[in-house]
Design a binder for this molecule. Sequence first.
Ligand SMILES: *Cc1c(COP(=O)(O)O)cnc(C)c1O
Length: 516
Amino acid sequence: MVENLYRDTRGRAGDPVPFTQAVVDGLAAGGGLYVPEHIPHFTLDEIVDLASVPYAQRAARVYKAFGVDLPDETVDTLMAAAYGSNFDTEDICPITSLDDKTHVLELWHGPTSAFKDMALQCLPLFFSASAEKLRAQGAIDHTFLILVATSGDTGKAALEGFADKPGVQIGVLYPEGGVSDIQHKQMATQTGDNVMVWAVRGNFDDCQTGVKRTFSDKQFAEELQKVHHVALSSANSINWGRLLPQVVYYVSSYAVLVAQGKVAAGDPIDVCVPTGNFGNILAAWYAKQMGTPIERLLCASNENRVLADFINTGTYDIRDRPFVLTPSPSMDILVSSNLERQLFELTGRDPQAIASWMDDLARERAFRVDPDTFAKLRADFASDSVSSEDCLKTIKDVYDEHSYLLDPHTAVAFEVAQRLRSDNPVLIASTAHWAKFGPNVYRGLHGIAPGEDLPAEVASLTGCQLNRLIVKETDLPFIPAGLASLDEAPLRFTETIDAGEASIEDATRAFLSRNQ
Ligand SMILES: *Cc1c(COP(=O)(O)O)cnc(C)c1O
């Protein structure tokens, strides 16, 4: 077992902790994020050899190299469960090549058809195993309740991942009327004895604020401990246990491209990622640090272009920035939380610099990095943003040229890859199956402007019916099983609550009492 510990980016959490503690904590004390003390290195041979074993074993190799304080056999067993028949292909995340140098990494073959499955089929298993280890050590004597505020994709992926896992329950809150028909049905039909879903009166921000306030209510935490022997935890993308599974597919994909004869071993590739919270692209950066021949990381933004501006200027500024609703809602962000880890690494791990920038961001809603850090950022990253109009146009162009349908998030990345690519082959991270975003895919294919109403006979269709119409019109063969029959599945969860923490806390108490 390789030893490794995790320290926090702001230097406020005290002594570094092992993997299991970092996973159960999520956020470090003092507000920082956990990062590994050592980044392991794979030789080119070790990377290329990954293609000779199943995906689950590739993941196990990467985990063991990073130093996970669980027995090797446990890691093997959990990975076999995380990446098995729950995905619709043995390749787990296959690569579709549109031409010699344009490769699409399909990260949506998991149960909820979004790339969040790549992490959330894995994290819950390691979360349960970590909690089990801490209980056996006598470090804790409680179980966990994961609370998630979601704008759509994360909630379903977390529900699916945590359903029926031992020692943990999960409650998901989404804005009522603020998610698509498909996303609503995906969540409201979730099975499992340890799951709960609430619609919240308000928008996503109200949801998130309510959940954050619930997390910081110390009295409520004490009550949950005393009455229910439960501690609250989160499963959002700042958890290291969600980031590490994402490193795996970048290392693995390079090996696959070499095995398929599409890239000569050792030749560089560029990677282009549709970015929101900066988790996915940060994972590609860690893969590069591990030795994967990735030259440049192309960060794709939609009209919420705070990251593109930051990467091009060195100033992160949300002072006068409107929050724009786009066809790629999972990239609609202002504060990109995993950027903190990236900056920590680029400063040569300077917690004072990070703490002061994050304080600037909280107080002045802006910060500027020093010239040295900016130069390092520019050496690894390039970035651009894509208008909603160009995003929908890209869906149509790529379909016309390649008979391949992109979801709006992947379309943003595809367009940025065209603008910024070098002579290197480019690997484009495809983060959702198109059928999760049928209405905007339909707009793209029919040249209807973003935000414009669909024709009445289309607008009246359910999400599933609309997807079937798109399949009929395009002759594309497949809608993922998890999305195809949502209209027939019984709605289990229909409760609506207020967004205030009092209402969330009452709902939580009721759920825990019912489920005791
Ligand atoms: C979450 C998500 C993203 C953004 O990923 P980050 O890791 O937050 O940058 C992009 N596309 C889809 C479909 C997503 O669900």
